[in-house]
Ligand binder design. Structure first.
Ligand code: WT7
Length: 645
């Protein structure tokens, strides 16, 4: 759990000018839940058929906009073209080589429509249609957004697998959702290097039985990669198809039809397939995007996340496009080709809203403010932060050096499961406090409770729960309703259990304190200790593994792996490397342990249970406390020696 506290007593009142012009109105907070979302639904979305009921409360199975019909792609693309905004830029595409590269280009809403229609028509030829699931395993190229929208157009649920995950992760997720088609790209281009993408997918798919019958390959690097019977280039698939929207009308979907699954890590077991449906999700992301970031017609918005995570789904693809907003889509990584590439992007496109993670801001902070200072960032009006608690000093740096000492920072708390932002300051309303997400979005009712269900008072850390439904909430876990109820709705029968610690301050502002379960947050990427442990024990030399997290200045948390070896195997440096590689192969590079500690055994109680509390303390370098219930206390001493060396 994070121990940072907000800078004592420091608040930043809203700019009066912003209070006058902000899209969000203070009275929205007092509006009736149904009335608020009904108004938003009528104002923000186009419906093929009106809904009969705003909300069927019935938690944990709330339904929204019951009886309505709509299409997410229609709302993100077609209606803007039909409404005369076809020539507006939807995406400023910035390639890995940066905004000065000749590959940088703009995609208007009309262009986007043509691309989506073409891909959808191509997918139709492979048998994709309403209810036929599709996997997407790509990097940050426009075709990734096009692929999501093409699926939505056809009513085909998608599951995007983060491009940095392993082929094994792709195959597992595709099999779970029974994807018939996988869309990928030849190679990844990041940080000036090309890396395997399609061949990663092949390795995963070829390792066992797979439901995937066709792999569509987008050309990015143009490398000569092996293509088999299962594979087809997107260019070939769409060579003779129409790009006329009438050739591929948007499929009318029920409000509660599945839009996508996104797999995320839980504290135990295999990744969870989080179910998001069409109307509530789309409205939730559109409304929060508009009100939290105060989006205007001429806004230029940049969310520097990856479409492989929920942030990319909600705030790169669906939210901004539903709002007809111009966005930057950036393929690269911070720091390449130069440490000031981000600020070049802001300057070139006149970015007005920047949404990123504390980890990214920390990298910029480390490189120094001179990089930002060399560029005109005066277009920036609003800043956003997401993914992990932001330290007050990082918050102050962001405001000062990126926000020109005045742009308000929206520290947005939410989760893959919540679909959209739930706790956040609001522009023009909230008196900002560095390091705190502060206030519930209109209609959201948080409480902080102890384990017995009592509501806690000021400065008492407890469990964050939500007592009212919101439109983008997960509907269930795919094929695992029992796990859905166990994980989120069993701790308290009447509220959603988020898995985060939080506390109220004296003003009623909320501070998030980090996860309370075995979920680790590395650079804003969510991993479970269990998944990493499972990857480690796949290595032939490993007998047992247990994973804990320690605080890390750069990545928020870092993974510490405690490993006992088989027989007389020795914990060498080579083996440590091999284990890190094992984890990279099995999950992805971002899950590699920062530290590996070898021991003859793991610390166990007499009943044979690994003492996880002790490992957490060891990883964090904290006092160990009572070790008397251990079978063999010397293993802990052995571990402690290695931690200190
Ligand atoms: C977990 C959810 C939300 C999209 C990206 C991550 C942590 C997220 C904040 C914040 C403190 C935060 C929580 C949450 N988290 N935003 N502003 N302040 N913590 O989505 O992978 O589902 O992870 O990220 O611990 O439970 P995710």
């Amino acid at each position: 759990m994070s121990e940072q506290t907000a800078t004592e007593g420091k608040t930043y009142p809203p700019d009066p000018e912003l209070s006058k012009t902000a899209n969000v109105r203070p009275e929205m907070k007092d509006q009736d839940l149904r009335e608020f979302w009904d108004e938003q639904a009528k104002a923000r979305l186009d419906w093929f058929q009106d809904y009969d009921e705003v909300l069927d409360w019935n938690l944990p199975y709330a339904k929204w906009f019951v009886g309505g019909k709509l299409n997410a792609c229609y709302n993100c693309v077609d209606r803007h073209v039909e409404g005369g905004k076809g020539d507006k830029v939807a995406l400023h595409v910035v390639p890995d080589e940066g905004p000065d590269s000749p590959e940088a280009r703009d995609i208007t809403f009309s262009d986007l429509q043509r691309e989506v229609v073409k891909m959808a028509n191509g997918l139709k030829e492979l048998g994709v249609g309403k209810g036929v699931p599709v996997g997407i395993y790509m990097q940050m190229i426009p075709e990734a957004v096009v692929a999501m929208l093409a699926c939505a157009r056809l009513g085909a649920p998608h599951t995007v697998v983060f491009g940095g995950f392993s082929g094994k992760a792709v195959a597992e997720r595709c099999n779970d959702l029974e994807c018939k088609v996988l869309i990928t790209q030849d190679e990844a281009m990041r940080g000036g290097k090309s890396g395997a993408q399609k061949t990663n997918a092949d390795e995963g798919l070829d390792a066992g039985p797979t439901t995937v019958e066709k792999v569509v390959v987008v050309k990015r690097s143009g490398a000569d990669i092996p293509m088999g019977d299962r594979d087809i280039y997107l260019d070939d698939l769409t060579a003779n198809v129409s790009d006329d929207p009438e050739s591929c009308p948007c499929e009318p979907m029920d409000s509660e039809d599945l839009l996508f699954l996104l797999y995320t890590s839980g504290s135990t077991g295999k990744p969870k397939g989080v179910v998001h449906t069409t109307a509530g999700y789309l409205l939730g992301v559109a409304t929060t995007h508009n009100l939290v970031f105060d989006v205007k017609d001429d806004s230029v918005y940049w969310c520097a996340a990856d479409i492989g995570w929920i942030t990319g789904h909600s705030y790169i693809t669906y939210g901004p496009l539903a709002n007809g907003c111009t966005s930057v889509l950036y393929e690269g990584v911070p720091g390449y080709p130069d440490k000031d590439v981000w600020w070049k992007i802001v300057e070139k496109y006149g970015v007005t809203i920047l949404y990123t993670s504390p980890t990214a801001i920390k990298s910029h902070m480390k490189w120094g403010e001179q990089h930002a200072q060399g560029h005109d960032l005066s277009s920036i009006r609003i800043l956003g932060s997401v993914g992990e608690p932001i330290n007050p000093d990082v918050w102050e740096w962001y405001r000062e050096h990126v926000g020109g000492g005045k742009a308000p920072i929206m520290d947005t708390w939410w989760q893959t499961e919540t679909g959209h932002i739930l706790i956040t300051p609001l522009p023009g309303i909230t008196h900002l406090k560095p390091g705190m997400a502060q206030q519930p979005f209109p209609g959201v009712r948080p409480e902080i409770r102890d384990d017995e269900g009592n509501q806690l008072g000021v400065e008492q850390t407890g469990n964050l729960v939500l007592t009212q439904p919101w439109p983008g909430m997960m509907r269930t876990l795919y094929n695992d309703d029992e796990r859905f109820r166990d994980t989120y709705w069993s701790k308290y029968s009447d509220a959603y259990f988020a898995g985060d610690g939080a506390k109220y301050d004296a003003d009623g502002d909320i501070q998030l304190m980090g996860r309370i379960d075995d979920v680790v947050n590395v650079s804003g990427h969510r991993l479970s200790t269990f998944e990493v442990e499972s990857a480690l024990v796949e290595h032939a030399d490993v007998a047992e593994a247990a994973v804990a997290a320690r605080k890390d200045d750069d990545t928020g948390q870092a993974i510490v792996a405690f490993v006992s070896l088989r027989g007389d195997k020795q914990g060498t440096e080579e083996l440590e490397q091999a284990l890190r590689e094992q984890v990279a192969q099995s999950i992805g590079k971002l899950a590699r342990p920062a530290t590996v500690i070898f021991a003859s055994d793991l610390p166990k109680t007499r009943s044979g249970k690994i003492m996880r509390r002790l490992l957490k303390n060891l990883a964090e370098g904290e006092e160990l406390g009572d070790t008397s219930t251990l079978v063999d206390p010397t293993v802990v001493e052995e571990m402690q020696k290695q931690m200190n060396s």
